[in-house]
Design a binder for this molecule. Structure first.
Ligand code: SAM
Length: 240
């Protein structure tokens, strides 16, 4: 998946990842529905190896933090040229820096990005990137949660996965997307399947009744209960 970025005739959704570890891709994104969609070119994946832009004999990409302190910082004069070259053939893609201090990634952001041409994602390492590159290239900082990962690659995969499964035709049943957690400002209701009884536990009777209206009412009530109990923050926003 590494190599020059190419433009396709039917313009599939595009993911471009700037990383020190291109070998990590597509990883899980190459499996199951996203993998099938990748093989069918519903979306494309290109990795830019940041090491190719490294400086000197050792292709250095990082240096010690100005002002002192632990760790290393990714250099602006490495990331800038890497971004600029990648943008030459992907200037339409929103440019995102995966960052724990970024705006939280949500289902509604996934919808926004899935509805666009794709994403260009900068995966940081070490202590992060020189602030000047964020400012100068207008990077949008996005976080996948309030914890610190070793690098942005897993976070990039999270964003890509959440977007790709929303692309037209990638998921078999569009209805199953509509009823998922967060789509209606609610968590999803509990799901069951065969066998009818397992470990002394039965499936709620209403789901076996064949009464679609009652099933829908039960699911709605359960979704509301779970959201109220588990995510009062989402529930409060919903009620406005
Ligand atoms: N020193 C940084 C801080 O305290 O905010 C953490 C740097 S982290 C060890 C290295 C890289 O992992 C970051 O540059 C970022 O790309 C990625 N990363 C870590 N946690 C992340 C998160 N929650 N969401 C998105 N990316 C994250």
């Amino acid at each position: 998946m590494t190599g020059p970025i190419t433009q396709s005739a039917h313009t599939p959704w595009r993911a471009v990842v700037l990383t020190l570890f291109p070998g990590a891709f597509p990883g899980l994104l190459g499996e199951s529905l996203s993998g099938q969609a990748l093989a069918e070119r519903a979306w494309t994946l290109d990795c830019v190896n940041l090491r190719d832009f490294g400086l000197g004999r050792h292709r250095a990409v990082d240096d010690t933090p100005a002002g002192g302190g632990a760790g290393m910082v990714m250099r602006a004069d490495v990331l800038g040229p890497a971004i600029d070259q990648a943008r030459q053939s992907a200037s339409d893609l929103p440019l995102v820096y995966l960052s724990p201090r970024g705006e939280p990634f949500t289902q509604s952001l996934a919808r926004e990005f899935a509805g666009g041409p794709g994403l260009m994602l900068l995966a940081g390492r070490f202590e992060g990137v020189d602030e000047r590159v964020i400012e100068a290239r207008g990077l949008r900082e996005i976080s996948i949660g309030d914890y610190v990962l070793s690098g942005g690659e897993l976070a990039a995969m999270v964003l890509i996965d959440a977007c790709v499964r929303l692309l037209p035709g990638v998921m078999g049943q569009a209805l199953s997307l509509q009823e998922e957690s967060f789509e209606d400002g609610l968590l999803e209701y509990p799901q069951y399947t065969r066998p009818r009884e397992w470990d002394g536990r039965t499936i709620p009777e209403v789901l076996l009744s064949g009464d679609h209206k009652k099933v829908a009412e039960w699911r709605r009530a359960e979704a509301e209960r779970l959201t109220r109990e588990r995510r009062p923050d989402i529930w409060a926003k919903r009620k406005g």
